[in-house]
Design a protein around this ligand. Structure first.
Ligand SMILES: Cc1cc2nc3c(=O)[nH]c(=O)nc-3n(C[C@H](O)[C@H](O)[C@H](O)COP(=O)(O)O)c2cc1C
Length: 313
C-alpha cells in the first residue's frame, strides 16, 4: 500500500463547521491531519468573544489540539488576543490575513490587513519578541488585485513564522472564481517562509498536484475535507475508501458531533441548525434525497428520520 507521508496536511478553519466538536470527532474517527486550526478568535464590542476562547481552549478538541487563529485590526487587538491565548497555554498562534468578509475587511481585519504596512511591521516586531509562541499566517493574495501581497512582502519577510498558508484568490472573489496560479507561484517564490497551498482541493489527485508545486511543503484542506472527511486519510493510505467505509465513518463522526453539540445547547433548535451546517458540505456524499430531508427537518423527529435515509450502499 502506498504511504503518502511526506507532505504536511492541514485542516483549514471553517466558521460554523470546524468547531471543537467537529475537530475532536474528525481526529478520532479519521486522523490523517497534521495540524487543525480553529476558526478565528475575535474581539467584538471591545471584548474577546468568550465563546471563541472556550472553543479554542487547549484540549477542548481532544486529540485534534488545534492551533488557535486570531483576527485583529490593530496592534492592541493583536496583543490582547495573543496574551489571552498564550495565557491559556497555547504555544502556536495563526494570524488571519485573509478573511474576505466585507465588514471585517472594511474595519481593516483579515484580508484588510494586507495593505496596512505599518500594522504588519508592528506584528513582525511582536513575532520577533514573543519567542515563546510560534506564529503562522493564513492569507489571500490581495484584497482587489492578486498582486496585493507585494505590499505586505517586506513585513511578512520580517515576521518569525513557521509557515504561510496562501489561498490564491483575492478577497473580492470570496470563495469562487479562478485561482490565480501564476500570482501564487510568484508569491511562493518571494515569501521566505514554508509555503502551504490552500484552495479548492477536493480529491487525492488535487492533494498530489498541489503538494508537488515548487516551494509548496503541504496543503490545507477546507471545504473538500468538510465534504469528504476521509480525504486526508485516503490520500495517506494511497487508496480510495469504499462507500460503506466512508459512510460508516461519516455517521460515526456525526454521532460524536451531535452528542457533543446536544450537550452544549439548550433546546433542539440550535442543535438542528448546527447539524444542518454539518451536512451542508457532505451533501453529495450522502445523496440528494437524504441531504434534502436533513435541510428541511424542522423537528428532531424529522431530523432522525432524515438520517435513516443515508445508506451505506
Ligand atoms: C464557511 C466558511 C468559513 C470560513 N472560516 C474561516 C476562518 O474562520 N478563518 C480562516 O482563516 N478562513 C476561513 N475560511 C476560509 C477557509 O479556511 C479556506 O481558506 C477557503 O475555504 C479555501 O479553501 P478550500 O477551498 O479548501 O475550502 C472559511 C471558509 C468558509 C467557506
Amino acid at each position: 500500500m502506498a504511504d503518502n507521508g511526506s507532505s504536511i496536511i492541514m485542516a483549514a478553519p471553517l466558521q460554523g463547521i470546524t468547531d471543537a466538536a467537529w475537530r475532536e470527532a474528525h481526529a478520532e474517527v479519521y486522523g490523517g491531519i497534521d495540524v487543525y486550526f480553529t476558526p478565528f478568535v475575535r474581539i467584538e464590542h471591545g471584548e474577546i468573544r468568550r465563546r471563541d476562547l472556550r472553543e479554542a481552549a487547549p484540549g477542548a478538541d481532544g486529540a485534534a489540539r488545534a492551533v488557535p487563529q486570531i483576527i485583529f485590526r490593530d496592534i492592541d487587538e493583536f496583543d490582547r488576543l495573543t496574551d489571552a491565548l498564550a495565557g491559556m497555554g497555547h504555544s502556536r498562534i495563526d494570524l488571519n490575513l485573509g478573511c474576505p468578509f466585507p465588514p471585517q475587511v472594511r474595519r481593516g481585519r483579515g484580508a484588510g490587513t494586507l495593505a496596512r504596512t505599518e500594522l504588519l511591521e508592528e506584528v513582525a516586531l511582536r513575532t520577533q519578541q514573543l519567542t515563546a509562541v510560534d506564529f503562522s499566517v493564513k492569507m489571500r493574495l490581495g484584497t482587489q488585485q492578486p498582486d496585493g501581497w507585494r505590499d505586505a512582502l517586506a513585513a511578512l519577510s520580517a515576521m518569525r513564522l513557521s509557515h504561510v498558508a496562501i489561498h490564491p484568490r483575492t478577497a473580492q472573489q470570496q470563495y469562487g472564481g479562478e485561482l490565480h496560479a501564476d500570482a501564487f507561484a510568484e508569491a511562493a517564490e518571494a515569501i521566505p517562509h514554508t509555503i502551504i497551498f490552500n484552495g479548492d482541493i477536493i480529491d487525492a489527485a488535487g492533494i498530489e498536484a498541489r503538494a508537488a508545486m515548487p516551494r509548496v511543503a503541504g496543503v490545507m484542506l477546507g471545504r473538500g475535507l468538510a465534504a469528504r472527511p476521509s480525504l486526508a486519510a485516503e490520500w495517506r493510505e494511497g487508496r480510495e475508501w469504499p462507500r460503506s467505509q466512508r459512510i460508516g465513518c461519516l455517521l460515526e463522526m456525526h454521532r460524536r458531533v451531535f452528542e457533543r453539540r446536544s450537550g452544549l445547547s439548550c433546546g433542539d433548535a440550535p442543535v438542528l441548525a448546527s447539524m444542518r451546517q454539518f451536512w451542508e458540505y457532505p451533501a453529495a456524499e450522502i445523496g440528494a434525497k437524504a441531504a434534502k430531508a436533513i435541510r428541511k427537518a424542522s423537528t428532531m423527529a424529522k431530523y432522525r428520520a432524515a438520517l435513516e435515509l443515508i445508506s451505506e450502499k
